[in-house]
Design a protein around this ligand. Structure first.
Ligand code: HAM
Length: 423
């Protein structure tokens, strides 16, 4: 029997992992620029944490969680609940009134695998805890947009408000009356949902259900004054920062903890799995988990979907390509190359060489494959003259570099290489 990875679980191999590293590095840089600190939580949590936060009547909790039912523990299906548990457990709310935290790691949902949808997937998740201002919503969405923009991805930001416990019940009743009148025409899932979670009917993917709810009442027109003002201020802030967005009254989200602002980053390039990221405000959730009344907002981006989009653009790496490949020919040249490579790496250059005594043609192939910016060729003849050829792989220009006669002269060669390569 051939041993294979489980369906919906995927290895990330060299050749692809570079792209992951590039995306993660860029996220860390941008999130840090916005004042976020990294936090890392365990993958297993008590099942109750997810039931109480995500909501009993959600697809995630009802049917998608990997739960060890004999132990009442679950592999996290998302990061927000775990992050809030850690935030409360370690009293981070006491240390600082506003906490900005991010985390990157695997999540687990037992969904039907398809392109962009896995059972183990990875999220980059950012949360701001302790701030109610609509400007925080704006800042968070602008951070997501800036990040996606820097990745070179064109993604639409869709925005909605889900109101609060003061205004949502009345809207729910109105929507329920609308849905009840069309009950028979809805899919089985929606007929079931209309009793437990009627707002979810609004974002059913079934084409007929979509048609049925086209004229449904809009929550944006049923917000209480506080929620309406908040929503207005969020939109003004986005306009002030020139962050493009479009309103989507059908966006409900598959997790029940949201209040007020909800948003999704949508692409048209991934078929059915259109959301590359999503999030929103969850004022009230921290209290529900046993903490004080602290507001919160956050979002998570799906790494697999970002990687697919980048691969579709033929992006192979976002990190710097190999700076220099040193091709040594013959034993003496290879030995010199070996120590030069080591010293250049200590000087922060990305340097490669061949350790298997292969010929020049083969070594040039390796340099090309690694995307080397320069190749330093140390042939036997050149070595005798104390020189090597440095080829710029983009312009194809060549120049001679003086090799160290004595070990103590090595720094001159290193300095010359660093000056040229670092431009
Ligand atoms: P979510 O919409 O369930 O929200 O997931 C966020 C993102 O994770 C999605 O937009 C998608 O890119 C990715 N994702 C979700 N499920 C899968 C899957 N099976 N395969 C691949 N990618 C997937 C949350 O998880 C919330 N915790 C977001 C949040 C943070 N809200 C407030 N703070």
């Amino acid at each position: 029997m051939k041993l294979k990875a489980l369906n919906g679980f995927k290895d990330i191999l060299p050749g692809e992992v570079e792209l992951w590293q590039g995306v993660e590095t860029m996220a860390r840089q941008i999130f840090t620029r916005f004042g976020f600190s990294e936090i890392r939580m365990p993958i297993l949590e008590k099942t109750e944490l997810f039931a109480r936060s995500i909501g009993e009547a959600t697809d995630i909790v009802e049917k998608e969680m990997y739960t060890f039912s004999d132990k009442q523990i679950t592999m996290r299906p998302e990061a927000t609940a775990s992050l809030l548990r850690a935030y409360l457990e370690h009293g981070l709310h006491v240390q600082k009134p506003v906490q900005r935290l991010f985390t990157i790691g695997p999540m687990f949902r037992h969904e039907r695998p398809q392109k962009g949808r896995l059972r183990q997937f990875h999220q980059m998740d950012a949360e701001v805890l302790g701030a109610e201002s609509p400007l925080v919503d704006v800042e968070l969405m602008s951070m997501g947009s800036m990040f996606l923009d820097q990745l070179g991805l064109s993604v639409t930001l869709e925005l909605n408000s889900l109101g609060c416990p003061a205004c949502r019940p009345a809207f729910r009743e109105k929507l329920l009356a609308f849905i009840d009148a069309r009950h028979e025409a809805l899919c089985d899932d929606c007929q079931r949902r209309s009793a437990t979670n009627p707002l979810r009917v609004l974002d059913c993917k079934n084409r007929n259900c979509r048609h049925q709810v086209e004229e449904a009442p809009s929550i944006q027109e049923h917000l209480c004054q506080e929620c309406a003002d908040h929503f207005q201020a969020v939109q003004q802030g986005l306009q002030q920062l020139n962050v493009d967005y479009s309103l989507n009254k059908f966006m409900v989200r598959g997790l029940d903890y949201y209040t007020r602002t909800t948003f999704e980053f949508i692409t048209s390039d991934l078929g059915a799995q259109a959301a590359v990221g999503a999030g929103g405000r969850y004022d009230g959730l921290i209290e529900r988990l046993g903490g004080p009344a602290i507001p919160g907002i956050g979002f998570a981006l799906g790494l697999e979907r970002l990687i697919l989009l980048l691969q579709q653009k033929n992006e192979t790496t976002l990190t710097s390509h190999c700076d220099l490949f040193i091709a040594g020919l013959g034993q003496a040249a290879s030995s010199l190359a070996f120590s030069l490579v080591h010293t250049l790496r200590r000087n922060h250059l990305h340097v490669l060489m061949d350790l298997e005594d292969r010929g020049l043609k083969n070594q040039m192939k390796q340099a090309n494959r690694a995307g080397a910016g320069h190749v330093l060729i140390i042939g036997e003849e050149e070595l005798e003259k104390g020189q090597a050829i440095l080829r710029n792989m983009v312009s194809q220009e060549q120049q001679m570099i003086t090799l160290p006669g004595q070990i103590q002269d090595r720094q001159t060669t290193i300095d010359a290489l660093l000056t040229i390569i670092n431009g």
